[in-house]
Design a protein around this ligand. Structure first.
Ligand SMILES: [Zn+2]
Ligand SMILES: [Zn+2]
Length: 409
């Protein structure tokens, strides 16, 4: 795993040189002919104006308070460091976490809050020491943009469990400069290369974006708990995370049951490949499934009574919560003990595993079911997410930000 912190040259002149080099590479001036041939002229021209020798402005959508809608903003991106990649953001998914954070539902939110951690973009410029990307490549950024890089969990490619605190893509204290991080509802973002995922050729870019959060969040527990062909897995909640979980579990040839509270999603669950779909309010159906499951993955973004689901686990089964990040409800000690069941949690995944899920999905043509929206429709999209009225992920076409919005400085 590459080291990436504090690698800015200490001497001001060498820093300037690095930025100049980065710019020149971005403009195609230092690039080999092969690279130049894949850089659209518009990108090369834009690169020469978008990343100066210092921080540079970018257009974004964000909220200035937890009660405000998202509005056009002008923000500042940091100057490109030697290990940094500048992405021209093409698509950004709308995750329920964005809404929780914008609205201050997970604690205080810094202002302005520019959400977005399902980012796919084209590389506009790279720092002098970057080896993973060249200009014109497609890169993805998920929930993490930095971690300590030295603790035992980081060294084990588990940056999401960094013992010294990772840096989230938005609303997180920024380890690279003063202030907090600003996410992907923006036309440009600068991220250290270790945290940028390679998006393979042939990927459907808009429908791949949600895999950077929803995909890895559900893939990681399937890997850790070794979900195997023929095992019974239950996916609780059929939303942005849940629908990807179903596709991933079906790809592993597991027998998938979806638990939902929406009658309208029963048919969808089967279309997505689930063997059965159950209304979790149907107590008779729930009782009939007692002690049947090897693994349950809960994607519901709010707390709900868990014991009725724990009862569905067979001996040594595990319920993994990846959705609710507040106090859980109704877990009974004996209910766990009498079948040596486990209740566990899991959060996103490390960078190597995120690369793995992106490669895995591209190879198998697994992608999110998306509704592409323009940036000015994002507030309405939030309402629809809260009202469970999306099949199954909104993705913002960032061309709409470049085309139409008037940033407010
Ligand atoms: Zn997310
Ligand atoms: Zn660490």
């Amino acid at each position: 795993m590459s080291k990436r912190l504090n690698e800015e040259p200490q001497h001001p002149e060498s820093a300037m040189q690095t930025r100049r080099d980065a710019l020149m590479i971005g403009a195609g001036l230092l690039a080999a002919p092969l690279v130049a041939s894949v850089i659209p002229a518009a990108y090369a021209a834009e690169a020469s104006t978008s990343a100066g020798d210092g921080p540079f402005p970018a257009h974004a959508y964000g909220a200035t308070s937890v009660t405000s809608p998202l509005v056009p903003l002008q923000i500042e991106r940091r100057a490109l460091g030697p290990k940094d990649v500048l992405l021209d953001v093409l698509y950004c998914g709308v995750c329920h976490s964005d809404i929780h954070t914008v609205r201050g539902e997970w604690g205080p939110t810094p202002s302005p809050c520019v959400p977005g951690h399902e980012i796919v973009g084209r590389v506009l410029a790279v720092g002098k020491a970057v080896t993973k990307f060249k200009v014109g490549d497609i890169g993805g950024v998920g929930c993490l943009v930095n971690s300590c890089g030295t603790c035992e969990n980081c060294l084990a490619d588990l940056e999401q469990y960094c013992l010294n605190g990772f840096t989230l893509t938005y609303a997180s204290p920024d380890s690279s400069k003063a202030g907090h991080t600003l996410g992907g509802y923006s036309d440009k973002i600068v991220v250290t290369e270790h945290f940028v995922i390679r998006i393979p050729p042939g990927a459907d870019l808009a429908a791949t974006a949600p895999l950077l959060c929803a995909g890895i969040t559900t893939f990681s527990p399937m890997q850790h708990w070794k979900l195997a062909a023929g095992q019974r897995v239950g996916v609780i909640g059929l939303g942005g995370l849940g629908h990807v979980a179903v596709k991933l579990a079906v790809a592993r040839k597991a027998e998938v049951t979806v638990f939902t509270t929406s009658q309208g999603k029963i048919t969808d669950a089967k279309r997505l490949g689930a063997r059965e779909a159950v209304l979790s309010t149907d107590t008779a159906a729930m009782k009939g499934l007692a002690a049947k499951f090897d693994l349950l993955i809960s994607t519901v973004p709010e707390a709900f009574p868990m014991q009725p689901f724990i009862n569905l686990l067979k001996l040594d089964g595990t319920l993994v919560n990846v959705g609710a990040m507040n106090p859980l409800e109704d877990v009974h000690g004996l209910g766990l003990a009498r079948a040596r069941r486990s209740l566990a949690g899991s959060i996103i995944g490390g960078i190597a595993e995120t690369q793995e899920v992106i490669d895995y999905c591209t190879t198998r043509n697994i992608k999110a079911d998306i509704e592409l929206i323009r940036i000015e429709d994002v507030n309405r999209a939030y309402e629809r997410v809260v009202n469970k009225d999306v099949r199954y992920r909104f993705v913002i076409d960032m061309a709409s930000l470049k085309a139409g919005s008037q940033p407010r400085s």
